[in-house]
Write a protein that binds this ligand. Sequence first.
Ligand SMILES: Cc1cc2nc3c(=O)[nH]c(=O)nc-3n(C[C@H](O)[C@H](O)[C@H](O)COP(=O)(O)OP(=O)(O)OC[C@H]3O[C@@H](n4cnc5c(N)ncnc54)[C@H](O)[C@@H]3O)c2cc1C
Length: 310
Amino acid sequence: MDMNTIEAVVPTTDPADWREGDAWLAGGTMLFSYGSAVLKRLLDLGSAGWPAIKVGPEGIELAATATIAELYALPDQPVVREYAVKEYGWPGLDLVRPCCDSFVASFKVWNMSTVGGNLCTSLPAGPMISLCAGLDGTATILGPGGSSRTVPVAEFVVGDGRNVLAPGELLRSIHLPASALASKAAFRRLSLSNLGRSGVLLIGRLGGPNAGEKALVLTITAATRRPVQLRFTAGDLPDASQLAAAIDDAVPEALYHDDIHGLPEWRRDMTYRLAEEIRAELLDPPNEGGAEAAVSGDFWPPQRPARKEA
Ligand SMILES: Cc1cc2nc3c(=O)[nH]c(=O)nc-3n(C[C@H](O)[C@H](O)[C@H](O)COP(=O)(O)OP(=O)(O)OC[C@H]3O[C@@H](n4cnc5c(N)ncnc54)[C@H](O)[C@@H]3O)c2cc1C
């Protein structure tokens, strides 16, 4: 799309350069497809030169400019296979590919769009939001006055297309902590059509900062306008009815998203269903050897309920 109000494209990563009418430009897949009639300058992050992904004992550091293609390649990197999988044992890494696959992604979106651009677009169906919130990611945000602050990714998005960034603030990176990567993970996603945008995406994790600890974290995304996280301590793990009651408390009706990709009633019903599947998979596996795969990209296109006549 032509953006004929644009007067300049400025290569910079310095929030001090930002002024009214500017937008940060990452992969451009949202900016150039939705367009704008008001933007005057694009502050181009393309020459940032930030290392896309850093892996260490503390966890994984994703630059905001890391592309979906780079992230998808992560589990195959020799350093990751050698250290992250063999030495640290990070089953949480198994979430990376199902989340990347949850994009309705053309070649362009896959290769150009960025982790940071996805968080900052802040759509309910943002799969990088699901991944980073599900793994207890922390976002580092740079401000125009040289300031820096951190925000849990689960709190970064506050509504459909809305986030905590103040004008001019730049999302720099996302830290995924080793403690979350070390926990056992379960993934469920539903869409109304086989290659459709996510209508419900839930991630469960079982584990804790201390070895052997069994805390349960459930992150609800796509069904809701913003991520919702439920946490249960090792001594307080829920049965099916307790989990349903916790969802009742945490997700008011108005928080279920409503758009062409799913009615709120369907998203709500599927949230309860998938949450219970995750709870059962993580807490009541049939037996240790024969349990279902911990991560499954389970598409189950149900009949779309008829919309009520106005
Ligand atoms: C065919 C198609 C399919 C798509 N499918 C999906 C989908 O399934 N789910 C989904 O969520 N989205 C989808 N999108 C929307 C969009 O492509 C993605 O959200 C993408 O991840 C945006 O990343 P980007 O790097 O291209 O962002 P850009 O287009 O470069 O930027 C998006 C917004 O974020 C801001 N921004 C970018 N980076 C930063 C930063 N580091 N700090 C502060 N602000 C920043 C920009 O100023 C802009 O407002 C789709 C788009 C297309 C065209």
